[in-house]
Design a protein around this ligand. Structure first.
Ligand SMILES: [Zn+2]
Length: 609
């Protein structure tokens, strides 16, 4: 990874408008020092997402997502840190500088640039061959037969690879690319004789591009019966199969505007639909949508319309998509093309773009689709058929995106299984726990400071974060109390990280420094994750010096209580009696703390004390 100069990162941080960046994904309104809106990381109706526009931090009180500007771009656009900085630099017109010391980074960057150049050359070469070579006549005829015109083939830069063993290799070597370049780009295969040969021979070439339309690899299709029918680029530094989505660069604008994207299986389905005027369409290269693919699509729109063959394999794949999609807050629909046609045949057989849009208008949600498929595969006239259908549906219904959707399906299921909605609900509730439990792996994707971890330490997290927020809001008081705070007071790694950052910041402020730069903050807290919740809270709640005092006492009390709980266990087997004595001492400390909390003057709460 190229090392971007710190000064450049700071420049980007200074230039970027956090509200504008977040505003692309959710509507924000001013709320005190913060802006707030519905969370772009989870599905919700009431806003629990806040942005601090000055420090460029975000935090969601619903799902716990939080971090700095760069983290936000990384998460939403599925980029690594350097790419996130580059994308922001692009947007705000900042020329980045790179650390000169990073010889390895430079070499790596150079290597990628060279591979890009090679793939661009290869794309142009295959295009030329398809257009002009006499040997490509059958390919041109094939595309014409499939009803695909020149314009759309040109738009997607279709090409043809000649049948020889080293046609591309020769062309690339004439452009001064080495065999190693060709191997790295996945365009040749190492031969037994030591002589590499062309990977793609006698195939129609479909360039697989990144979001900006730059070729990363190829999908190649035979016209006859040769196997395999489809051959793709191998994994290379640029091309990763699990992320590949055909046509996304071309679909992006329309998909964003219409807030939906159609996902089909085949390259030619994409071409046929685009030709028919449906531009927001991509191909998934197989029915098993990966999380990375869904992430790429989610950057454009959360509404995915799947047009897959609904055979058994397709159903299984879609079931996985349903689970992934729910976790990612995506809305998934199923478009059913009649008569077992694929979308290309359907639009080309006279239905056209309007016919396809009509099908899409009648699309079911993926959940509805699943429920109906499960009900259709069992004999509901027989009790054991109903039992089997119900067993299959338990898991499916727990994947509902919203309670409303779930309830609707529940009623439908109850009706078909001849049960009351209440009994279905009751039966599901019994299985619901295990369904939620099976989710744990997916939930851990979210920042650990939310949900699980916080609950496990019994609200300690919340208390510690409020305390730190108070310290930030009352810097003088904060400085004074934090001087006596040790990291071991805090219950979790997240709040300990936040403590370090808050301490460092208050010290800098006390020394008369201004806000920390992004680079400074990054030293302690890579993505501003620990800090984000604290800062957002500081801008939301009204803290007085007394409140900070009280929170400090409570943090200490919680800390001492944790020590006591631990000692109570270990003291039983301690024969020296030292632990027993320590236990008694700590219990006295806790009494003092509790007394102090009880007698603290209550301010700004009239009617009490
Ligand atoms: Zn959220």
């Amino acid at each position: 990874m190229p090392l971007i100069a710190r000064a450049s990162i700071d420049q980007v941080q200074a230039a970027a408008d956090m509200v504008e960046i977040v505003g692309q994904y959710t509507e924000l309104r001013k709320a005190g020092a913060n802006f707030s809106g519905r969370c772009p990381f989870h599905e919700e109706r009431t806003p629990s997402f806040s942005v601090n526009p000055v420090e460029k931090l975000y935090y969601c009180f619903g799902c716990g997502a939080g971090g700095n500007l760069f983290r936000f771009v990384r998460e939403k656009e599925n980029l690594d840190f350097a790419a996130a900085v580059e994308s922001l630099a692009d947007r705000y017109g900042i020329a980045l500088e790179y650390e000169e010391s990073s010889a390895r980074g430079d070499a790596e960057r150079h290597r990628r640039e060279r591979l890009r150049a090679l793939l661009e050359q290869a794309t142009a070469y295959y295009e030329r061959v398809l257009r002009d070579a006499p040997a490509a006549a059958p390919a041109r005829e094939y595309l014409k037969q499939r009803g695909l015109g020149d314009d759309v083939c040109r738009q997607f830069r279709l090409g043809f690879s000649l049948a020889g063993w080293d046609k591309l290799r020769e062309a690339a070597r004439a452009k001064k690319f080495s065999d190693q370049d060709l191997l790295d780009g996945g365009l040749v295969v190492p031969g037994k004789s030591g002589q590499p040969y062309d990977r793609f021979r006698g195939r129609i070439m479909f360039p697989l591009a990144d979001d900006r339309g730059r070729t990363l690899g190829f999908g190649a299709r035979t016209m006859g019966d040769e196997k395999p029918k489809y051959l793709n680029s191998p994994e290379t530094p640029l091309y990763h199969k699990s992320e590949a989505v055909f046509g996304l660069h071309a679909a992006k604008a329309t998909a964003g505007r219409e807030d939906r994207v159609y996902v089909v299986e085949g390259y030619t389905d994409v071409l046929a639909l685009v030709q028919a005027g449906v531009h927001n369409v991509v191909a998934s290269m197989g029915t098993a949508l990966t999380e990375q693919q869904l992430k790429r699509l989610a950057r454009v729109t959360r509404n995915l319309y799947l047009c897959f063959d609904a055979d058994a394999a397709g159903l299984g794949a879609m079931s996985r998509a349903l689970t992934l999609g729910r976790k990612m807050g995506l809305s998934l629909h199923v478009v059913r093309v009649p008569d077992g046609l694929d979308p290309a045949d359907y639009v080309l057989s006279g239905a056209g773009g309007d016919g396809f849009r009509a099908l899409a208008a009648a699309a079911q949600t993926l959940l509805q689709f699943h429920v109906r498929s499960a009900l259709a595969t069992h004999d509901l006239d027989k009790p054991d058929g109903r039992a089997r259908a119900f067993a299959q549906l338990k898991g499916v219904l727990s994947e509902a995106a919203t309670p409303i959707e779930r309830d609707e399906e529940l009623r439908h299921v109850a009706d078909r299984l001849q049960l009351s909605a209440e009994s279905v609900r009751y039966l599901l509730a019994g299985s619901g726990r295990s369904a939620e439990g099976g989710d744990a792996a997916g939930e851990s994707r979210q920042s650990p400071q939310s949900g699980g971890a916080a609950a496990a330490v019994g609200g300690a997290h919340e208390l510690e974060v409020r305390f730190l927020a108070g310290c930030l809001a009352q810097p003088q008081k904060g400085c004074a109390v934090l001087a006596g705070v040790d990291e071991s007071f805090f219950a979790t790694a997240e709040t300990r990280a936040a403590l370090r950052v808050v301490k460092a910041r208050l010290e800098r402020e006390a020394a008369g420094d201004t806000l920390p730069t992004a680079a400074q903050a990054a030293e302690d807290d890579d993505d501003g994750e620990a800090l984000a919740e604290v800062v957002v809270r500081a801008g939301r709640e009204r803290f007085t010096a007394t409140v900070v005092d009280e929170l400090f006492l409570r943090v200490q009390e919680a800390h001492v209580s944790r020590l006591i709980a631990r000692l109570k266990v270990t003291a039983k087997t301690d024969e020296s009696g030292k632990q027993g004595a320590e236990l008694i001492r700590l219990q006295a400390v806790r009494r003092t703390l509790r007394e102090a909390i009880r007698t603290i003057p209550v301010d700004e709460e009239p009617g009490q004390g």
